[in-house]
Design a protein. Structure first.
Length: 579
């Protein structure tokens, strides 16, 4: 259930002095993110004392000055005033949600106070016309709303929830994937976390004993504010080849979301990363840099659990990803999980994914989901595997809880290659830009192959098998048939274009009925007919219509239904309470 907190403020001018009382209103939408509970025990309903959230808070108790510094109240207010935004949505991750009301109050107070100062002179001049019981009321134009329950991952901006409250801008707090958005302007606040830079420098020295080592210094966004101080400290220790790139909004960069010189050879540099990066970043960087070292950070104290850096190993992660890719290569039905509605170009990537699956002769189903979990997608047993369309971080799902493999669009491209072409190498990409470029290269290659085949057919040297050969599954150790159930050969397509009714053999159900979709045998329709025991409400009732002489369906007359309250409904012209 989506929840929004709205902080309202009005300033009363009493004898020239503004006062800022606040009221907090909770809006609860009727949309549910999980299936409703169909039965509830009659005993103990009001005795549940379970905690609302098990998420540990990101910060300890903060005073107002600390809150203003960490959540960058002054900078946020300056940007809001510069762009003249009046409807602001605040998006917090779960571990910062407890600070949401105080942050919104500070923002609203500062915005309203400055607005009051601007109009105070005009109000004083016309105070006789505005007096109401001795008080003059100034209604501030600012509306601040807390997005308390985001639809997708906390790293992505929830533009959909912001549009529900008619926001003009979203202020996003905490770490973020910095994926480009399509609808609303965004103000990013990384919420600086404490860090012991002396201990980090000591770990850096233990890792790089050679003072001339080429090192790119990275940090997770909540620790990015400490990087410049750390670089200054390391340069005093005679490190001369350290690069600390600035943050940019570009997941497709050589180092995602970091700005590097155009002529820099990243492969000759090592990465020193403060805080454990997401798996998607590790896979992306593993093929681009010489080595990766991680300095783990304890969020409570800002100190590492150890003074030594850890060398990152991604070989095991690559092996797991490749095993999942192989499982989808032999799956006849693939599910597409749309895990974002905000990332720019996600619809274009959806079209590319559909096209790749269709060209491979496989069937797909599309699902729009919120936060992905194993229970949601386990409901569809006939789906052989899943591909996630989300941001470059959240689309990589690493969990043993999922029954079927969950891969990214980039990995799907590898999975749908033929066995002779499936050479992955060490590259891994999560951004949409690289996938779209690779797909364009594939289309050009397919076009050249089609032209070559047409020339061979003209020479009379073409031969086409009547059916697709079985595919060997390396994971199962056996051959798998019907991995491409929707594949239609060119020869068969030409025959059907010439003949209105195809004479090709099709599979029949045990009852002797054909399971067809669009004139072709459909494995999904056959599965639905033969294996599913329940197909939905009303599926066992045959709908019958009455037709007039012109063949149009006769509609029924409109009738007035029940009205009133449950205590006594009114039906038509009846009096209330009469049933």
């Amino acid at each position: 259930m989506a929840i929004f907190f709205e902080v309202k403020q009005q300033a009363r001018l009493v004898t020239g002095q503004p006062i800022n009382p606040y009221t907090c209103v909770v809006h609860m939408s009727t949309e549910q993110s999980v299936a409703p509970v169909l039965s509830t025990p009659a005993v103990g309903i009001l005795d549940d004392t379970a905690a609302v959230s098990d998420v540990a808070p990101a910060f300890a108790s903060l005073n107002d000055d600390e809150l203003k510094t960490i959540y960058e109240i002054d900078r946020t207010v300056a940007e809001i005033k510069e762009k003249s935004w009046t409807r602001i949505a605040l998006q917090f991750p779960d571990d910062m949600l407890k600070d949401g009301p105080r942050v919104s109050e500070l923002l609203h107070e500062k915005l309203s106070n400055e607005f009051t100062k601007l109009v105070e002179d005009d109000l004083v001049k016309s105070v006789n016309n505005l007096m109401l019981n001795g008080d003059a009321i100034i209604k501030t134009p600012y509306k601040v709303t807390i997005l308390a329950d985001t639809s997708y991952g906390s790293c992505c901006v929830d533009e959909i929830a912001a549009e529900h409250v008619d926001a003009q801008v979203v202020v996003h707090y905490g770490r973020t994937c910095l994926s480009p958005t399509a609808r609303l302007p965004i103000v990013y606040v990384y919420t600086l976390k404490p860090l012991d830079i002396v201990k980090v420098a000591r770990a850096f020295e233990d890792t790089y004993t050679d003072r001339s080592s080429n090192v790119v210094l990275l940090a997770d966004l909540p620790y990015q504010g400490h990087v410049s101080s750390l670089v200054t400290l390391l340069k005093t220790k005679d490190y001369v080849n350290i690069i600390a790139p600035a943050v940019v909004h570009d997941p497709s960069a050589a180092i995602p979301n970091r700005c590097l010189p155009a002529d820099l050879d990243v492969s000759s540099y090592s990465i020193f990363h403060i805080s454990s990066p997401p798996d998607s970043l590790l896979l992306t960087l593993s093929s681009r840099v010489s080595s990766i070292y991680i300095f783990p950070v304890n969020n409570d104290s800002g100190s590492s659990t150890t003074v030594q850096s850890l060398t990152s190993s991604t070989s095991a992660l690559f092996r797991r990803r490749y095993a999942q890719i192989l499982s989808l290569s032999t799956s006849p039905i693939i599910g597409i999980l749309i895990n974002t509605l905000s990332v720019k170009s996600y619809l274009s990537v959806l079209d590319i994914v559909k096209e790749m699956i269709t060209n491979a002769g496989k069937k797909y189903y599309t699902f729009v989901v919120g936060k992905i979990n194993a229970a949601k997608i386990a409901n569809f047993s006939d789906i052989g595997g899943w591909v996630v369309i989300g941001c470059w971080e959240s689309s990589l799902v690493e969990s043993k809880d999922f029954w079927k493999a969950v891969i990214t669009p980039f990995e799907l491209r590898v999975a749908l290659m033929s066995e002779s072409e499936r050479i992955w190498g060490t590259e891994w990409r999560g951004d949409f830009g690289r996938l779209m470029k690779l797909r364009q290269e594939d289309l050009e290659k397919e076009l050249n192959l089609d032209q070559t085949k047409e020339e061979d057919e003209d020479d009379g040297n073409a031969s086409e098998d009547e059916s697709e050969p079985p595919v060997y599954d390396f994971r199962l150790g056996r051959y798998v048939s019907q991995t491409r159930p929707m594949k239609v050969s060119k020869k068969k397509a030409l025959v059907e274009e010439k003949n209105e009714q195809s004479t090709s053999l099709v599979k029949k159900t045990p009852a002797g009925e054909l399971a067809l979709m669009g004139g072709q045998f459909s494995p999904a329709a056959d599965y639905l007919r033969s294996k599913r025991t329940w197909t939905g409400l009303g599926s066992d009732v045959e709908i019958e219509y009455q037709y007039d002489t012109h063949g149009k369906i006769l509609g029924s007359q409109m009738e007035q239904g029940r009205s009133g309250i449950a205590k006594g409904y009114t039906v038509g012209d009846e009096k209330p309470g009469v049933s």
